[in-house]
Write a protein that binds this ligand. Structure first.
Ligand code: GDP
Length: 682
């Protein structure tokens, strides 16, 4: 089946918000309105939104699927296939304690709708999410929600966006009434009142602007036009010359300014009272990018080691990124992935560039709010899920075997803290292993280690809170009771000089023989560069088919460093020679040889335990700059750089981890709750 939606009509978006701002309610309304658009006529008029939501839940799909596909026809257009846009809504976490969760979703979405509470305005967590979105260069639009609440204030909320987030925010609407009087919105582009009628606001009506709001609407429209026109030379001239600027011209310039991260259009309403959501969907179409509007994805060609780009085109070689592994009650483990380039056909094999192994794409599923759709093909820009991948984790690249590429990695911070965890009973012991495995598959910053000698299990993560929550999930979702120990610094090991070594696993007496023989060279890399495997075998001294096995052996043996058994990081291993035997060579023999060679080489390469020094990024309002710097110095911190990010100050520093326990609390009280930080092992 050919592509059903041109790529220009695809929007991969996230709805992001401070917890409690109304992300869930807004998402439910979005799915509801897009649902009725898609299957117009199916809907039983007697239903309420709540009933509809109940049914959705009974069917077993919650709106927390990692990605949901839905369809939107812009208001005022006939509901035909030609007019429809396909939205993939990517779930973003409400809690932003775990950078990995946020990063992986921001990495695969193209644009975002940021929801604010119209009473509270910008809250500390909204600032954190906003800055993450800045970092990932995500164009966005804002929705000031909850205007029906007591104390709702559109202008104050908008002002808090200007003060704390961006001067580029531009009001596209003003509300008609607030609190109990909230009736709808005024569209400042069309200069019309928009009302939402029917049991659940599904009927959108355009009316003349009420008399009492006419002057105010005019004033806000002028501000809007000035701001948009300011982004374009020709429009600026027209504006200064007092010429009327056509709506289409304003829309065009605004779209460009949003894609260039200069302007952020602001909409308003109340999701709970079914007001204002549909215009936001139109805004997604009008102002947020399609996959083709973005720069080509970057990666590394695995054959040449060169940096390459892949365009979001169907004719390109296939590349995709797995961004979430989720357990689904009906089909088991689902791997959600985004296709960046090329096409994928059901039943085909793809290469996992991270593991070097092939995976078969048995089924391709698109998750809708009420059902799952099996599809045979996927195209550039699509987001979907597949079942039954064996060794693919979050962040892995899947690609065309003949044109292997590693996409720019989602760089997950390494765990910095570990705790001992002990099941309470024998029954818990059995369940614990499974529970931890599942949780670590979902969250790449959560790792499990068992100490062979003592039989103890250690879990490692990004901080005390992170581990607390995971232990809590283990209790609630998997019913495992466990005792946890005190948090400890998670040490690492690395090497300091180049070394070469041989690994030989040869058994040729009696029975089936084994023959694996490799020579490798290890080299130190800079802090934070991780591990890299290089294949430098020439002239067939080791057949290609055994090379992934060597790589696997090396990778596995990195887990246990040669000094004290801590994981080894920041080094490369190049496989450059070896030998094989026609009959006796096997993958397992080469895997063992690879692992032996790595251990031997590292022993010769001046291995050390890494001082746990943290790379810290602190983001604070300017007023708290001096205090924050002073405090970091007292913690033996080394300030590396300071910079501005919109209205905030960013401090990059290096600080010993042992000085950083409890920093979250200190920073919060020092900055009136507005400072945020991320920290990872240097
Ligand atoms: P989330 O934590 O961001 O997903 O927020 P929810 O959608 O779960 O909403 C948090 C609370 O705010 C719930 O009690 C909602 O019913 C309520 N809420 C959401 N949107 C609105 C709104 O537009 N008006 C009012 N008054 N309450 C709302």
């Amino acid at each position: 089946m050919p592509r059903q939606y041109p790529i220009e009509k695809v929007r991969n978006i996230g709805i992001i918000a401070h917890i409690d701002a109304g992300k869930t309610t807004t998402t439910e309304r979005v799915l509801f309105y897009t649902g009725i658009t898609h299957k117009i006529g199916d809907i039983d008029e007697g239903n309420t939104v709540m009933d509809w939501m109940e049914q959705e839940r009974e069917r077993g799909i919650t709106i927390t699927a990692a990605a949901i596909t839905c369809f939107w026809t812009p208001m005022g257009l006939p509901r035909t296939k030609e007019n429809e846009y396909r939205f993939n809504i990517i779930d973003t976490p409400g809690h932003i304690d775990f950078t990995a969760e946020v990063q992986r979703s921001l990495r695969v979405l193209d644009g975002a709708v940021v929801v604010f509470d119209g009473v509270a305005g910008v809250e500390p967590q909204s600032e954190t999410v906003w800055r993450q979105a800045d970092k990932f260069k995500v164009p966005r639009i804002c929705f000031i929600n909850k205007l029906d609440r007591m104390g709702a204030n559109f202008e104050k909320s908008l002002d808090s966006i200007w003060q704390k987030l961006t001067k580029g925010a531009v009001a596209m609407q003003i509300p008609i009434g607030l609190e109990g009087e909230h009736k709808g919105v005024i569209d400042l582009l069309a200069m019309k009142a928009i009302k939402f009628e029917g049991d659940f606001g599904q009927t959108v009506k355009e009316e003349e602007i009420p008399q009492d709001l006419a002057a105010k609407a005019k004033e806000w429209r002028d501000k809007m036009v000035e701001k948009i026109a300011g982004e374009d030379e020709k429009l600026t001239e027209d504006f200064l010359g007092g010429k009327e600027i056509p709506v289409e011209a304003l829309k065009k310039v605004l779209r460009k300014a949003v894609l260039d991260y200069k302007l952020v259009p602001v909409f308003c309403g109340s999701s709970l009272k079914n007001k204002g959501v549909q215009p936001v969907l139109d805004a997604v179409v009008n102002y947020l990018p399609s996959p083709i509007d973005l720069p080509p994805v970057k990666g590394t060609d695995l054959k040449t080691g060169q940096a390459v780009e892949r365009k979001a085109e169907d004719s390109e070689h296939f590349s995709a990124l797995a961004f979430k592994i989720a357990s689904d009650p009906y089909v088991g483990a689902l791997t959600f992935f985004r296709v960046y380039s090329g096409t994928l056909i059901k039943g085909s094999y793809v290469l996992n560039a991270a593991t070097g192994e092939k995976e078969r794409i048995g089924r391709i599923l698109r998750m809708h709010s009420s059902d799952r759709e099996e599809v045979d093909e996927l195209y550039a820009g699509d987001i979907a899920a597949t079942v039954g991948l064996k060794n693919t984790s979050t962040g892995h690249t899947l690609c065309d075997e003949a044109h292997p590429i590693v996409l720019e990695k989602i760089s997950f911070p390494e765990p910095v803290i570990s705790i001992k965890i002990e099941p309470k009973t024998k029954a818990d012991q059995e369940k614990m292993g499974m529970a931890l495995k599942r949780l670590s598959e979902e969250d790449p910053t959560f790792k499990i280690k068992s100490d062979m000698e003592t039989g103890e299990t250690l879990i490692a993560g990004m901080g005390e809170l992170h581990l607390d929550i995971l232990v809590d999930r283990m209790k609630r979702e998997f019913k495992v009771e466990a005792n946890v120990g005190r948090p400890q610094v998670a040490y690492k090991e690395t090497i300091n000089q180049e070394a070469e070594a041989e690994g030989k696993y040869i058994k040729q007496s009696g029975g089936r023989g084994q023959y694996g023989h490799v020579w490798i060279r290890v080299n130190p890399k800079k802090r934070g560069e991780g591990f890299e495997f290089l294949n430098e075998v020439t002239g067939g001294s080791i057949p290609q088919e055994f090379i992934p096995a060597v790589q696997k052996g090396i990778r596995e043996s990195l887990d246990k460093g040669v000094v004290a058994g801590y994981p080894m990081v920041d080094m490369s291993a190049a496989l450059y020679d070896g030998s094989y035997h026609e009959v006796d060579s096997s993958e397992i023999a080469f895997k063992i040889a690879g692992s032996m060679a790595l251990q031997a080489a590292c022993k010769k390469a001046k291995p050390v335990i890494l001082e746990p020094i943290m790379k810290l990024e602190v983001v604070i309002p300017e007023d708290f700059f001096g205090d924050t710097i002073g405090d970091l110095s007292a913690r033996r911190g080394k300030i590396e750089a300071t910079s501005d990010r919109l209205s905030m100050k960013v401090i990059d520093a290096e600080v010993p981890l042992s000085e950083m326990f409890g920093y979250a609390t200190v920073l919060r009280s020092m900055t009136e709750g507005r400072g945020t930080f991320t920290m990872e092992l240097r």
